[in-house]
Design a protein around this ligand. Structure first.
Ligand code: GLY
Length: 577
């Protein structure tokens, strides 16, 4: 199994040659960033960090080694990702964090973006009531009021151990000194150049005349200055003063509507995590406005009574059952889920065992249930973007954090705040711009997720922590838009039902059904011809996609060691000590 990826073979060869010559003249060498090896699967005795970039994972480990706890490390990783992983790491976006303390207490915080106060329900519709293509996805009007900076201060106030300045400093250093771009970031920066040009009038560090190539470093002086303002002025360094003025000026330069009042009045929210059982396991996940927790618990409950382990991994029986559960859950999601501060989400009813049993009462093991029999509506759908990012952390005392954060699409709205150097999200696209019209993930919504001023848009982020017999068992989550929930569902089942070690569980190809469109997506190469035929024989339509979701997880081994795994679909890095 492919478990690691050399960061830069070319530089490794040069460095190796240099080291050999230097060795003979008895000189000491220090390891270079260019020589870094991405570690996707690793085991450590005390603590573990899994994040989307080797440098953010390193920052998290350094904080843990200095005596910081899992929350401290997570804050440091979040800020480091805003520098080294600009396509999803952010200060211009938002997220959700689930925490389990060493003494078994749960907590979660919602720092999801909010609709600006001037938002209106029909703001993305033309005079005929049709959705204006792209308006909620790119450019200034797509931006929700960012929550990340407020969220990080909130969690630090409640759980932080080290001084906040120490946690943000590594990000400031990375932005000031620059860092070597990874192959995937180079690819994305080049790919999105036309959009950066379209939505930004001023120069910014992500745009250059010639294509980005291996060996290029990204230096972000303006972002470093913004991070210094946050370090020195706290929350006000972002939501007031210079940065807030820059954001509002940026809004005015496009057709954006975020005001100083929107920024100063933004507050994240502590929410009671969702807790449910699956056999001997306790699942702790995120409540609305994320759909992740409810949907994950519903899926698990729908399949719990079936002998999945006997059916076998990706057997026809197991896949059919899981697909039918996924179909029903996403149909519920479209109808019932939205921001519970604005809409009466029937959370308890949706998780009621009788209701869940009833939802599966028409499950037929011999054939698929067409989605238009589960609910109405049909259309073709692209799955355009999977960019969000997840970090899983366990510290030496056993505190655990599962956090997913996002700008929504790759580089969010593509708008960089002039003078302040960071991308703004395009999270407004996660609202239902019009009932029944799909967003970029092909997800449809309704009244529950209609746009209202200060409302939070529905999310699929599923930061999750699992206990077994009262002990920490697993920390997991993923980016991947609508495929996040099914990826978390499948990785968990791969471990607990199909007996896989965590790396195999993560690296295994996945499949996904989201009610509409009525199609099973599967990762290219993931199904044999025989499997495909056996699913088609049950009435399923299949479509292959390159990849789905990028899971980052930690599994506590029977001897207490921590197995951390990042996804081999990307450049994730798992490391501990
Ligand atoms: N922006 C993707 C999500 O929140 O689900």
């Amino acid at each position: 199994m492919f478990k690691s990826l050399y960061f830069n073979k070319f530089h490794s060869i040069i460095l190796l040659t240099a080291c050999i010559s230097i060795f003979f003249v008895n000189c000491k060498t220090t390891p270079k960033e260019e020589d870094y090896k991405i570690i996707q699967s690793s085991v450590a005795k005390k603590a573990m960090v899994v994040s989307a970039h080797h440098l953010s994972t390193k920052v998290g480990n350094d904080i843990l080694k200095k005596g910081g706890n899992a929350v401290d490390a997570t804050i440091a990783v979040q800020y480091a990702l805003a520098v080294v992983y600009p396509r999803a790491g952010n200060i211009g976006g938002g997220g959700f964090m689930v925490i389990r303390t060493k003494d078994g207490k749960y907590d979660s915080i919602d720092y999801r973006e909010k609709a600006p106060k001037a938002s209106t329900r029909d703001m993305y519709l033309d005079s005929l009531g049709n959705v204006i293509p792209g308006l909620s996805r790119n450019g200034h009007l797509a931006v929700g009021v960012p929550g990340t900076v407020d969220g990080m201060f909130e969690v630090h106030k409640k759980y932080g151990k080290l001084d906040f300045k120490e946690l943000i400093q590594p990000a400031i250093d990375l932005a000031t000194n620059g860092f070597l771009l990874t192959p995937l970031e180079i690819d994305r920066l080049n790919k999105f150049k036309p959009e950066f040009e379209k939505y930004n009038e001023q120069p910014n560090p992500f745009l250059k005349d010639t294509p980005w190539i291996q060996g290029n470093r990204l230096v972000q002086k303006e972002l470093a200055h913004t991070l210094e303002l946050i370090r020195d002025k706290g929350r006000a360094g972002f939501y007031e003063g210079e940065t807030a003025n820059d954001i509002v000026a940026e809004m005015k330069s496009g057709n954006g509507i975020i005001t100083l009042d929107d920024l100063s009045s933004y507050h994240s929210k502590w929410r009671t995590p969702l807790v449910g059982d699956y056999k001997d396991y306790k699942i702790i996940s995120m409540a609305p406005p994320s759909s992740g927790g409810i949907a994950l618990l519903q899926m698990l409950k729908m399949v719990e009574k079936y002998p999945l382990a006997d059916y076998g991994f990706q057997s026809q029986k197991a896949m059919h059952l899981m697909i039918e559960a996924e179909r029903r859950v996403y149909s519920d999601r479209a109808k019932h889920l939205g921001d519970s501060d604005f809409y009466n989400v029937p959370q308890d009813s949706m998780l009621d065992e009788t209701y869940i049993a009833d939802r599966m009462s028409d499950f037929d093991p011999t054939k698929s249930t067409p989605s238009d029999m589960v609910a109405a509506g049909n259309f073709a759908v692209p799955l355009e973007s999977f960019e969000t990012t997840h970090t899983s952390v366990v510290d030496a005392e056993g505190n655990a954090v599962s956090v997913t954060t996002t700008l929504n699409s790759n580089y969010g709205s593509k708008v960089v705040v002039d003078n302040a150097g960071f991308f703004l999200n395009n999270e407004m696209d996660d609202f239902s711009a019009k009932p029944g019209v799909p967003n970029q993930f092909g997800l449809v919504g309704n009244e529950a997720n209609a746009i209202e001023p200060e409302k939070r848009m529905l999310s699929s982020m599923t930061p999750t922590i699992v206990e077994k017999n009262g002990e920490l068992f697993m920390v997991l989550g993923a980016p991947g838009g609508s495929t996040i929930i099914t990826a978390v569902f499948q990785v968990f089942l791969n471990v607990v039902e199909f007996g896989m070690p965590l790396d195999d569980a993560l690296f295994a190809k996945r499949f996904h059904h989201q009610w509409l469109p009525d199609v099973v997506l599967y990762e290219t190469g993931g199904l044999t011809e025989a499997s495909k035929q056996s699913l088609e024989a049950l009435g399923h339509s299949l479509k292959d996609v390159k990849y789905m979701a990028l899971v980052k997880a930690i599994h506590v081994q029977p001897d207490g060691a921590l197995h951390g795994v990042g996804d081999n679909r990307s450049e994730d890095h798992a490391e501990g000590y």
